[in-house]
Structure formats: C-alpha cells, structure tokens
Ligand binder design. Sequence first.
Ligand code: PMV
Length: 332
Amino acid sequence: MSAVRAVAHANIALVKYWGKRDAALMLPSASSVSLTLDAFYTTTSVGLHEGDADEVSLDGAPLTGGALVKVERFLDLVRSQAAPGVAGRRARVASRNDVPTAAGLASSASAFAALAGAAAGAYGVALDRAGLSRLARRGSGSASRSVYGGFVQWRAAAELPPAEADLASVAEPLPSSPDLDVAMAVVVLAAGPKAIGSREAMAHTVATSPYFPAWAEHTERDAAAACEAIAAGDLERLGEITETSAMRMHATMLAAAPPVRYLAPASLEVLDAVAALRAAGTGAWATMDAGPNVKVLCAASDLEAVVAALADGGRRTVLRARPGPGLRVERE
Ligand code: PMV
C-alpha cells in the first residue's frame, strides 16, 4: 500500500479543555470551543513497511523515549481496527511541524490530527470526519478539534456513561455568522524553565485542585455561550468568554497542590497590554495555554493595530494568524 499524507492545522481553544473524566478513553470533563489557525500546521506521512518496529521521525530527527511510545500506542489503536492482512505491519511515520521559528507552539493538536488522518489511511481504516475526530482525541484531546477548520466545538457528552460518550465525544464545526471576521495575534515569549506537560498537569489539577468541580461546571456553560456568540457574530461576547475561560483555567491549576503555574511575568505584561488596548477602544481578548505565550483574539480589521501595540516597538515577537482549514488527507 502506498504512503498516505495528511495536513492538520493547530487550534487554539477559546473555551478551554482542562481535565479528563476518563483518562483511558480521553473523555473531557467539559466541552470546549476552539479556532483552527492557518499559520501553524503539521504534515505527516505514514507508510507500512516489513520491519519489526515503528519508525517515527519529527522534523527529520528520529523520535525516541516517551514521545515515541505515545505514537506507537496510537498506531496500535489504529492497527486494532485494521484488516488482519495489514494489522501486523509496522509503520514508517515522517512528520514535519510548520511553525514559524522559535514560536514554541509545536502543537500536539495538529500532530495527532495529522497522524490520525495519515495512519487511518495507510492502514485502510475507513473513517468519516467524526471517526477521525474520535481517533485523534485518543492521541491528544485537543487534536479532536483540529479535524475541522474555523470555529469548532468538542462535546464532552458528560451526560452519557463513558462507553457511550466514547462515540459521542467528538468535535463538530460550528456555524458562524459571516460578520465574524476574526484573527489572532500570537505573542511569543521566552519559554524559561520547562513547566510540566499538559497531560500530567491536567491529571494533577483534577486530583488536587478544590476549584476543579467549579471549573468543569462553568466551562460547560461557557462552551454553550461561546457557540451562541459565534452563531450571532458577537465578537465582544466571544472575546469576553475567551479571556474569562483562560483565566479560570489558570486559576484552577494555581489552586492545585503543589500549584501548576504557566503564567510568567512577561505573560502578565502582555495581559496588561491587552487590557490597555481594550480601554483605548480596540477589541482584543487574551488567552493562554500550557505555556507562557499569549494569543490575542481580535477582529481581522484590527489585527495590524493589535500586532503593533503588542510588539511594542520590536521588543516582542508577534505572529499573525487567521482561521485555517480542517484536516486534508491524500495518497502519495
Ligand atoms: O490536548 P492536550 O493534552 O494538548 O491539552 C490541551 C490543553 C490546552 O491547550 C491548555 C487547552 C485546550 O483546550 O487546547
């Protein structure tokens, strides 16, 4: 069988996913809402070979250790759904991250969405978009959302028992008003000492943060409100929900024991700069993930003004992004 190539774009959550109710099935505690971006993406090609081990490379260098094990487990999941003739074959995986130099945004979302598309294709596992989203979720929760372009919701299906939620907890594209012409400014800050990864930090937050139940409850409501704002084309409302969700996510992890802190002094300076933009009449709202970088949602027509303000005369690196497309899969 020939190799299959897939391209998936990164997404940034506007209403955050933070915490699982079922770690094995990767079921989230609450629904999340995201925007897929054009500027950052992963291209992955998967072919089958006769060797006895999976070979995985990222940006030309062989993957090793825990990162390799994560990919092997994911390939095992794909193989468990493949026809007997190919299910025993090992894969050769070559992945490339297209992220502007030193952006520190290498994303597990685009990586596992691309791997899901390419591996399912290479092993002849026929999946529709929902099936691909469900498969990508098992690699990295946020990857379920990168199967679609633009605004996306990943439903928690928390009302269902885990075995049923496993089928229902997938992403879906959100109808958005044509008036909602958005962009994102990505402020790249020095990474500093490496904080813990999102998977471990999430589990630790669920286990030890007394704020976690409140976070999950409010997030489900925030996701519903964000969907309404997107449908109505209400950028101001969407922006407010976005910034609030990010601050609540960081609050719940700051309340873990010991605390998890991704907010750096430089991040707080950018949050102040975003608040100053708003005070001066420009619609701009900040969000942050498991790292110090700050992403700023704004109207496309305000992007250059937002980038100029946040770059602060060249003192900071600010990247521009617009809504991007969903997963593309092609045979090589
Ligand atoms: O899918 P993961 O394990 O990379 O977790 C993503 C967590 C956040 O980026 C912080 C939030 C989100 O919803 O993308």
